[in-house]
Design a protein around this ligand. Sequence first.
Ligand code: PLP
Length: 375
Amino acid sequence: MSEFDRVIDRRGGDSLKWNRYAGRDVLPLWVADMDFAAPPAVLQAIQARVAHGVFGYSEPWPSLTESVLAHLENSYDWKIEAQWLVWLPGLVPGLNVACRTIDGDVLTATPVYPPFLTAPGNMGRKLRRVDLVEREGVWQWDWPELEKQAAHSRLLLLCHPHNPVGRCWRDEELEKLAAVAERHDWIVCSDEIHCDLVLDEDRQHRPFALLSEKAARRSITLMAPSKTFNVPGLACAFAVIPDAGLRQRFRTAMAGIVPHPNTLGLAACEAAFRHGAGWRQKLIRVLRSNRDRVEQAVAALPGLRMAHVEATYLAWIDARGLGVADPEAHFEAHGLGLSDGAAFGAPGWVRLNFGCPATTLDEALVRLKKAISAL
Ligand SMILES: Cc1ncc(COP(=O)(O)O)c(C=O)c1O
């Protein structure tokens, strides 16, 4: 049995995902964490740090920084300088701080991970939305609409790969975005938290900042080991900001509201980047198989449809064809806890998290079918 087949009981503890339906027979496939234990090397590093016993305020140490630099160079051929890094306790604070860094409107492509929609308002900025369009089963940018909004915006919040539609944006698409950014003098905050979770063998993640010197100068790239190695509860992330002036503005906008990253999260980060590659390869195979099964199941069910998921462990499902007013409530009533598309800006859709052991997914797909037959 592989470590990805082991079903770990998360009920009755601290799990946001599992506690939501406490005491009810509802399988939680909503919030984006996985039901797998972190890689053994990460667990060892955390245990060693716990054994030390002192948990004062932390700051990154040289070998941790080196592990990030090596990870970015080895994975993406992206050579960054140590001083470009700004450590954060999460990407969501980073999205909010990015909005605080600029003066003007914030543009994002919807549907999107809900904090993209709320961060601008939190910081007193106006949100502008451009809907992604699905053409021939592929989610794409609406370039004419983007151009219409471009002149009024100062910041693009880019989700790359995109949660929830699962696209791993191609170079051509990123280059077009970079050209618009240049013309309208945008800052681009690229949330790349899912970048190590590209599932298609013929796709590769390319950081937005790597497109050109010009793109790099206007970029804030947000990354973390949290999604890939399933340690989001350890509150450790970082921004890569090549331009010194922008980096200083970002740091100023953080002042007084963003705490230090978590001590155990920093230890986990180094272990994940140094020793997690083999584990990640196995994870990708498991997620690919789960993704294929979800796509097949959805294709066979009347009233549901979804596009191919290139990256992430999230399936974005159009349930408008079911003719029910609230699909999330309907699935929940049939024992399946999904995310409501309304929070992502798309009522009538649901998001299914397939980051779980195959047996959990088996049961989830049985419930999905039952929910449809009950109509
Ligand atoms: C695109 C994206 N950004 C950020 C986050 C969360 O980041 P954090 O937990 O580091 O704040 C998620 C979690 O699902 C996400 O999908």
